[in-house]
Design a protein around this ligand. Sequence first.
Ligand code: MG
Length: 406
Amino acid sequence: MQTWCILLAAGQGSRMGAHATKKQFLDWQNRPLYWHSVRTFSALPCIQGMVFVFPGQELQERKQELQKLFQLEQPGVPYLVTTGGTKRQESSWAGIQALPRECDMVLIHDAARPFVSPELIQEVFQALKQGAKAVVPGLKPTDTIKQQGTSTRTLSRESLYAVQTPQGFAREALQKSYNLAMSSGIEFTDDAAVMEENGYSVQFVPGRPENRKLTRPQDLELLQDPMEALLQSVCSSFGYDVHKYGPGRPLRLGGVPIPNAPDIQAHSDGDVLLHAIMDAILGCIGQGDIGTLFPDTDPDLEGANSALLLSEVLALAQKQDLKILHLDLTIVCQTPRLTPWRDQIKKNLCNLLCLESHQLGLKASTEEGLGFTGEKKGIKAMALLTAQRQPRPQDSASGACGIQDP
Ligand code: MG
C-alpha cells in the first residue's frame, strides 16, 4: 500500500489581482508558499511520495527550484513533476496520470492552503485506510445560508459543508471516475465531485478553520507573523532643540509659563521642550523638522504659540495613523530650577498629547556648570519618542511575503 500526495500548484490565481507572482509561489519565510505544504506532508510516515503539478509556462523554472529545495531540506520522499492545465480538473487529471503504478491511495491538496495540519492529513489517511473511497475535510458553515430562486429559502446548516483539501481517494476508483469525467466534458469544482458523479459516497472528516485557502490579496496578511508585524509597525525618533537666553520672550516649557526665569530669544514663543517633541514626531512620520514646517522667516509665526504648532504636527501624525506609545523627555539647564514646575509641565504635556502619566517621562538636569547651559547662556531639550504606525497597504504586502513588484 502506498499513499502519494498530489500538490496542485498550477493555478493562475486570477482573484489575487495584479501580483506578478502566482500565490502558490509567493515567498513566505524564505520559501515558496507551496513548499510549506511539502514539509507538512513529507514529514508524515503515511506519505510515500509527492506529485507536483506546475503551470506549463513555468515548468523548467519550478523544476530547478524544487531540485534545490529537495537538496537543501531533504524531505525524504520521492517526487515527480507534471504540467497542469488551465482548469483545476485538468491539473488533477495530470497529477493522477503521473502517479506511479504502486500508489493505491491519493491525497490531493491545494498549494494555496499552506496551513494544513499533520492531524488533518492523518485523519483523511485513516479514513481511506479503513476503506472509504473518497474522504473530504468539511467545515459546517457558521453563517446562515440562503438560496435565492424565485423565492429565497434558508438552507439547513446541518446538511451543509464548506469543503477543504487534502481530499483523499482510493486511486483506482478516482482514476476510473476521472476517465469518465474527462470524456464527459462536464466541469467539476473539486475532485470529490468527480467521484460523486460516478456514484461513490463521500466521507467527511472535520475540516479546520485555520486550513484557509489564500484567494484574495488581503488573505496574504494571514501569512504575516503577528510579532513581525508588531515589530515592523513600531518606530522611534529623537528630537533636540536649543534656545539662547537673552532679552526676548518669557520662558515657557511644555506650554507652561516659568516665572522668574531668564528670557528666551526666539521667533516663535521659544518653547524648547515642545520644539523637541515636534521634531521627534516629525521624525517618526518621515517629515523633516519644524524649521522646514514653520520657518522662522514667516512673519505669521512671530511669537507663535508652540502648543498650536504642536496640534498641527499631531494632525499630520494622525493622517499617517501614528499612535504615540511613549515619550521620554530631558530638559538641560543650569537655571531656572525646574523641580517646582515639573508636575505641571508633565500634566500639561499629557493633555496636549493625549497621553497617560505612565507614557511620559520628564527629567530635568544640569550639565554641572559646563558648556553653554552651565554658563547659563541657554537651555536645551531632548525627546525620545516611541510610536506605532499602521502599516500602509503597500508596506504590508511587500513586508509580509517579499513580493517583488514588477
Ligand atoms: Mg526651537
